[in-house]
Design a protein around this ligand. Structure first.
Ligand code: HEM
Length: 138
């Protein structure tokens, strides 16, 4: 990711404030609309789950400059996701739901450059989680 892209994801994430209620809830509603089979994997309500997801994402964004501590906590998060039943393919649905949520919340202020930067950021975060999940399964 370029420095500009990192700045763009952080800027658009800040625009979601006040965190974390609404944005996380919108995210999960979109996610379950895209893939209803994901719904039964979640035991908590979308409001709670949404809050946890958005907070975790915010922390992950701090690690985009290659912060080793953040990567270590993402690896742990990835390992826990094996038990949650998360599969690699699900990360693609998560990414699409995230982009939809931003487009809904920010409207035309969510530019194509921001969307591209978010794809790159989400893929970077997911890669760390997927790798540790795959190591844990092995
Ligand atoms: C960047 C991607 C993701 C982030 C930041 C994220 C974040 C989180 C966080 C913070 C939790 C709370 C529990 C914990 O900390 O261990 C959680 C739980 C969970 N996540 Fe994720 N997650 C991501 C991707 C996924 C994917 C792709 C799936 C696939 C289905 C998934 C399914 C779940 C489930 C089922 C739970 C447990 C819910 C429950 O106990 O009711 N997550 N996630």
């Amino acid at each position: 990711m370029t420095r500009e892209q990192i700045a763009l994801v952080r800027k658009s994430f800040d625009r979601l404030r006040p965190l974390p209620r609404g944005a996380g809830q919108d995210f999960y509603e979109t996610l379950f609309a895209l893939d209803p089979s994901l719904r039964p994997l979640f035991s908590t309500d979308v409001e709670n789950q949404g809050a946890m997801f958005v907070v975790a994402l915010g922390l992950a964004l701090k690690g985009l400059d290659a912060d080793a501590d953040v990567d270590a906590s993402l690896q742990e998060l990835g390992r826990r996701h094996v038990l949650y039943g998360a599969k690699d393919i699900h990360f693609d649905t998560f990414r699409e739901a995230l982009l939809c949520m931003f487009a809904q919340r920010l409207g035309p202020d969510f530019t194509p450059e921001m969307a591209e930067a978010w794809r790159a950021a989400f893929d970077r975060i997911s890669a760390v989680m997927k790798k540790s999940a795959s190591d844990a399964r092995a």
